[in-house]
Design a binder for this molecule. Sequence first.
Ligand code: ADP
Length: 466
Amino acid sequence: MKRKLSNQFLRNFLVIFFLTILDTILAFVLLSLASGLISGSLAKNRYPASAIIKEDYNQIDASAVVQSGGGVQVVDKEYRVVYSRGLDTIGKDKLTIEEFTTFLTESKSRPCHYDILYQPSGGFWLIVTFPTSIRLDFSLVHNKEAASGDFMRAGLVIAFVVLVYLLILALFTFIYSRITAASITVPLKKLCDGTRLLREGDYSARVDLRLKNEFAELQNTFNDMAARIEHEISLRKKSEEDRRRLILDISHDLKNPMSSIQGYAELLMNKKGMTGQEYEEYLEIILNNSKRANRLLTELFELSQMDSPEFSLKLVRTDICEYIRQICGELVPQLEREGFKYEFDIIEESVFVLLDTDRFSRIIQNLANNAMRYNPKGTMIAVSLTVQNNQVVIDFSDDGIGIPAHLVDNIFKPFVRVDGSRNSKTGGSGLGLSIAKKIAEAHGGDLTLCLNENKGSTFRITIPKI
Ligand code: ADP
């Protein structure tokens, strides 16, 4: 690609090169044409020396020349200025022969136009002077009477100069075309390299062009795109990892109750001479294990339901203070029965939120069950409700055994339990907090675990106020 673009640039610049030569020739032609067109109107051409010369210089009428800003001088054979009107560039009354010769030879290089005519009968030179407006001295003089060797030599020099000029111009064209092409191809190459790395799976690839033009915009877009892809890929990897872990955890958690049910059912069928007590004992184990498997499957179903696109809440405008007060009231008999202390601190005013009351009560129920299940009797369970920055904040805390700090972020993941044992005697599935967090999020809020410096744990539910 680089070569193609560079060659394209070279071709374009060669076209410009030839156009420049054509343009230069055209400029000279136009200049001589324009000069021919205006020559009739220039004062120096209206009053040439031949038009005003007389045999007797005293008869010369210089008034028109002087009025047009020019001057007339007459120099006799003794090189004396015997007549002078208007502009005088000689500046002396008497010249030496050297001075007069110098004046004649240098007249071409002065900023004046001189028309000098010799009057043989009067024996004097008539000099008509006009200040030059602008003069471009460029002329190609050719005389056929010159020696042919001279002509050859001069022609060769001119041809050499023209050739060198054209070569230098061509070289500059080439260099300039390469430099211009490089300003495009170098950033393009870097962008292509970055894209190739991305295609090959290196999502950390970024491009740094150190430019401030449109390429910089392209670079930023590329880098943003690469960053997004990298993020998406890491999310996909993580979700793949989560899915794999979930399947492993489900099969692990289901395996125990299912094998237990199978084992005891076989025992019931095959064991001869069982006592009534043994019979009941085995049936109870089968019932408990099937309850456990059933609970696990129900919660799994609930969790996957919430991830499905069809999942929606039945939101109703609700006074959350009143609602939480009512739930806490319903919790009291259970807390007292189980031997837990309690404390509720809910603000008196009415605060309205959009709530799916059935689903939301699941959060509180889960937090309350956990607090009672994992903490010893006598633990203080506290619920408080405040409003902070347009958010309703419900803190559900206990001063029990607490949750280790390293699990603060992971505790809401499915199947994460503090004891790590899949067969813990509590029978918890490790799905309760995952479901509760998803419900809070579906309400536009969140469920988080606050790091407790003191004893116990504090779960914080937030929900936006309306
Ligand atoms: P489970 O069905 O196991 O209760 P959860 O997701 O509700 O699942 O809870 C995850 C784990 O968090 C529990 O297994 C328990 O170890 C820990 N946990 C939850 N709440 C508390 C609490 N109030 N005090 C101590 N540990 C808790």
